[in-house]
Write a protein that binds this ligand. Structure first.
Ligand code: AMP
Length: 374
């Protein structure tokens, strides 16, 4: 066990690291973060901020020597950095899940090989691959880069072979072509797994996107009990197969008929789990801390809640009217301390609690609207 008072190292320094750091500091841990950027959301609340490239293995080694355990809030940390840090401190989750989740082709191949339900897909390495793949999957389809995609970046919906070829030329890297799924809902499960295989999970969340970026999450998602049980069981199976120690989120598509398909894995806390800070006795960030430090994991209790993201767009007409939001009860404001409010950039979020997740969503949406109404 890595007890309170120890130092937790974090690869990545965005809002996920910030909320982890706040949770860890509450419990008496020291926190040091490592990323290529200075003055970051996590760095500004951590005890130390290491600023260097992930490929600077001397800097990674120095970081590894200073901390008792390393976790991450950003899954695209090169495996070489993970290995360099792991000489001095356990890195949780480890290389196996990171290597798998860093690349959609590897991730989908893993899912298919384990008999886990996922979308039909084909690897696309050259334009000619699109011809057979397009015929096999049909159109519309979705072309996605295999590596480094997030928030809808690096993906295009394509309706013809011509569009697919144009999109491939534009994305200009290894891709996967995916069948388009006419899903009824998107849901996600955030869960934690300890070194001894212990497993806890949060209630499945329903996620609504706008422009490919998460807009609203509400939990517990309104799902038939069998579907809710299935998404949790699949999450547990995925985490066990990948030997995850830490937190992982699985995003699912649920069809009208209740069929469940895995869309993607994120081996870290997730935007759809932010509402657990107010809704649960143990949040996703505390669960991550507990899992990576070998502290007991307990199944959280959870109240109905909803979260809406605050993107840079909210600042379009100047400083939002914070007072209007702060007069609401059962509404919590989170800002990540980012200086520049660019459109599409996640600057903060609002969580609301209520009797039902739907009422909580209405409350959170109303609160966000008031920010820009004045
Ligand atoms: P991703 O980055 O793969 O999570 O995709 C971002 C969002 O695009 C998803 O949450 C869906 O709303 C949408 N999307 C991605 N892939 C598909 C697909 N194959 N069929 C339908 N919608 C998709």
């Amino acid at each position: 066990m890595i007890p309170p008072g120890s130092t937790v190292g974090v690869f990545g320094s965005g809002q996920l690291g910030r909320m982890l750091a706040l949770s860890a500091k509450r419990m008496g841990y020291r926190v040091e973060v490592f990323s290529p950027d200075a003055g970051t959301p996590a760095g500004s609340v951590a005890d130390a901020e290491h600023v260097a490239a992930y490929t600077d293995l001397d800097a990674v080694t120095a970081f590894g020597k200073r901390v008792d355990v390393v976790t991450l809030e950003f899954e695209n940390v090169p495996v070489t950095a993970v290995e360099a840090a792991a000489i001095y401190a356990p890195v949780r989750p480890g290389w196996r899940v990171l290597y798998t989740a860093q690349n959609r082709l590897r991730e989908k191949t893993f899912l298919a090989q384990h008999g886990l339900p996922t979308l039909l897909f084909r690897p696309i390495r050259r334009p000619a691959d699109l011809e057979l793949a397009g015929r096999e999957l049909g159109y519309p389809a979705v072309l996605k880069t295999a590596g480094f995609g997030y928030d809808g970046k690096g993906q295009r919906v394509v309706r013809t072979l011509g569009e697919a070829k144009a999109a491939f030329a534009e994305l200009s890297s290894e891709c996967v072509l995916e069948a388009f799924v006419d899903f009824a809902r998107e849901v996600s499960v955030v869960a934690a797994r300890g070194e001894n295989g212990s497993f806890i999970h949060f209630a499945p969340a329903e996620n609504r996107h706008a422009n490919h970026i998460l807009d609203v999450s509400l939990a517990p998602a309104e799902l038939p009990a069998a579907v809710a049980a299935r998404v949790v069981a699949l999450t547990r199976e995925i985490m066990a197969s990948l030997e995850v120690i830490g937190v992982l989120c699985v995003e699912f598509f649920v069809t009208e008929r209740g069929e469940v398909l895995v869309n993607e894995l994120a081996p870290r806390p997730h935007n759809s789990g932010h509402l657990t800070i107010e809704a649960c006795d143990v949040s996703q960030f505390e669960a991550q801390l507990r899992a990576v430090c070998g502290l007991p994991l307990i199944q959280p209790t959870q109240r109905p809640a909803a979260m809406v993201n605050l993107l840079g767009d909210v600042w379009a007409r100047g400083e939002p009217d914070w007072a209007s939001l702060l007069t609401e009860s059962e509404v919590a404001l989170h800002l990540y301390g980012k200086a520049e409010a660019r459109p599409g950039r996640k600057m903060g979020h609002v969580t609301a609690l209520a009797k039902t997740p739907q009422l909580a969503a209405e409350r959170a949406l109303r609160a966000r609207l008031k920010l820009t109404e004045a």
